[in-house]
Ligand binder design. Structure first.
Ligand code: NAD
Length: 243
């Protein structure tokens, strides 16, 4: 029960990793405010649904979590979108979507959450970057750029706000077995089960990550066991690095 008496805000809470984060946090005693476009199917103490492309919504989200839960100890900026394909095929809308959800929303949420956490003596923010934010995977320039930006923001904020007792770190997964990955296969005309099986063979540990394998590391970063970690980018990749 590492999170007894603690509260958390989780974005992307209806997605593959998000749902798991919420369930594991609650199983360890946290009270959780969940946010996504629709979290009606997610059990939680507060539901703060909306569109992360709406700047005013993001600015208000940490305050809404405090209003609902009384305080805010942890924020998981987990929501994300993946935009695929060469830059020559990317539209302005692709750019705005990718940077809006993956970079601007966490920027706004961090900006609003930090003063609230500082007031109550500190807290932990866990951002979600990607192995592809640390080294570029092929043919996803917008996604990779956005994940590099959130990685850099994490390093900056980890250093700038440590003195306030606020630890800001990022988890950097490689492939994870979630709707994000599987819908990509479907869109490209592949059977997702077969495609995941093939991908499993490319990972030294023998399989791509299940959401729990990422959520466990995110929870560690939010926990007291990571009390000296600030601005860290933690790769969780089963031994498969981006080449
Ligand atoms: N699945 C992978 O292979 C993988 C690898 C590395 C990093 N990640 C990152 O992990 C995080 C979680 O991804 P996932 O695999 O669980 O994906 P997912 O698609 O299952 O979940 C993402 C969630 O974000 C929400 N979201 C997207 N745009 C939104 C918006 N405008 N407003 C509100 N909510 C919005 C979606 O509704 C969805 O529920 C993302 O940041 C992703 O980039 C995933």
């Amino acid at each position: 029960m590492r999170f007894e008496g603690k509260t958390a805000l989780v974005t992307g809470a209806a997605g593959g990793i998000g749902r798991t984060l919420v369930a594991l946090l609650r199983a360890e005693g946290a009270r959780v405010a969940v946010s996504d476009r629709d979290t009606t199917a997610v059990e939680a103490e507060a539901h703060l649904d909306g569109d992360l492309l709406d700047g005013a919504f993001c600015d208000a989200l940490p305050g809404q979590a405090v209003a609902a839960l009384g305080q805010l100890d942890m924020v998981f900026n987990n929501a994300g979108v993946i935009t695929r394909g060469a830059i020559t095929e990317a539209t302005d809308a692709d750019y705005a979507l990718t940077m809006g959800v993956n970079v601007e929303a966490p920027f706004r949420i961090c900006r609003a959450a930090i003063p609230l956490m500082a007031k109550t003596g500190g807290g932990a923010i866990v951002n979600t970057s990607s192995c592809w934010g640390l080294r570029p995977g092929p043919n996803h320039p917008l996604y990779v750029m956005s994940k590099a930006a959130i990685a850099s923001l994490t390093q900056c904020l980890g250093r700038d706000h440590a003195h306030q007792g606020i630890r800001i770190n990022a988890v950097c997964p490689n492939e994870v077995n979630t709707p994000m990955l599987r819908t990509g296969f479907v869109q490209r005309g592949f059977d997702p089960d077969k495609a995941v099986e093939e991908l499993n063979a490319s990972v030294p540990i023998g399989h791509i990550a299940e959401p729990e394998e990422i959520a466990d590391v995110a929870l560690f970063l939010a926990s007291d066991a990571a009390r000296y970690m600030c601005g860290a980018l933690v790769e969780v990749n089963g031994g498969k690095s981006v080449t």
